[in-house]
Ligand binder design. Structure first.
Ligand code: ATP
Length: 252
């Protein structure tokens, strides 16, 4: 479960995130979508406890991220948009290192790491230095590292970037399996086709605020979009419909 109450981040007089209230129940796969600069990354970083809100509160499970950050972070696997990975560690060492940050080690971590590497088809690369990994392989390793300590909540910024279609499909299946076992996933994405298919509910963020929220059906109703696609709905909410029309005229 993730709960946000009046979450706000200001930079000088600019409100990057402007009073977001949200409840993401356990067992749901929730999408944050919105145009560039809408406030998605800033929100996710505050939820993950790596950026301090100007005001408002974040709960992960029953723990307040500001009041009890260690307990909250134990519940969380965070995959940032520009993840850091140590080039001079092997894939296996990197997973062991991350598990160690959560106070976990030993046989259980080895077994879990091997399972994750197998799942992401990285087993042959386990003992190779990360510097030899392709971009997509790094992304898979980062995702594995967010799962290695068995979190309850995964917060992920643009998870599909850099993955080939097979990797993207695998990730969707993993997230689906994770929420079916009671986990919670909160992801931001620009890939509206992915959001439409995989997310149970979504928030369309614009100008740091939630412009629309709910299931695909709720969003269609709220925006009077008939049976339109998420792209149509998104453009309607975020004011891009005119641009789309212009583009189609220019394309002839
Ligand atoms: P994108 O889809 O382009 O990744 P986003 O929705 O993730 O966008 P954010 O990165 O959260 O957007 O940025 C929200 C707004 O806050 C932007 O206008 C950005 O310029 C501003 N912003 C973010 N970080 C800072 C900072 N450290 N100082 C000043 N402004 C910032």
């Amino acid at each position: 479960m993730v709960r946000l109450e009046g979450l706000t981040k200001t930079y000088g007089s600019f409100r990057a995130v402007d009073g977001i209230d949200l409840h993401v129940p356990r067992g749901s796969l929730y999408g944050f979508i919105g145009p560039n600069g809408a406030g998605k990354t800033t929100s996710l970083r505050m939820i993950a406890g790596i950026l301090k809100p100007t005001s408002g509160r974040v709960w992960l499970g029953g723990d307040d991220v500001s009041e009890d950050p260690m307990a909250a972070k134990q519940r969380l696997g965070f995959i940032p948009d520009r993840p850091f990975v140590y080039e001079k560690l092997t894939g296996g060492e990197f997973l062991r290192f991350v598990a160690g940050l959560y106070g976990q080690d030993g046989e259980k971590v080895e077994k879990r790491s091997d399972e994750l590497l197998e799942l992401f088809e990285l087993t042959p690369w386990k003992n190779e230095l990360v510097e030899a990994y392709s971009h997509g392989m790094r992304q898979k390793l980062i995702i594995s590292s967010a799962l290695v300590h068995r979190p309850e909540v995964i917060v992920v910024d643009e998870p599909m970037v850099g993955l080939d279609p097979r990797g993207a499909r695998l990730l969707k299946d993993i997230f689906r399996g994770f929420v079916e076992r009671g986990g919670t996933v909160l992801m931001s994405t620009h890939t509206l086709e992915v959001a439409q298919v995989v997310c149970d509910r979504m928030a369309i963020i614009q100008g740091g605020k939630i412009a629309a929220e709910g299931t695909m059906d709720d969003l269609r109703k709220q925006t009077e979009s008939g049976d339109g696609s998420l792209e149509d709905l998104f453009l309607k909410v975020t004011g891009g419909a005119a641009e789309k029309e212009l583009a189609s005229i220019l394309e002839g």
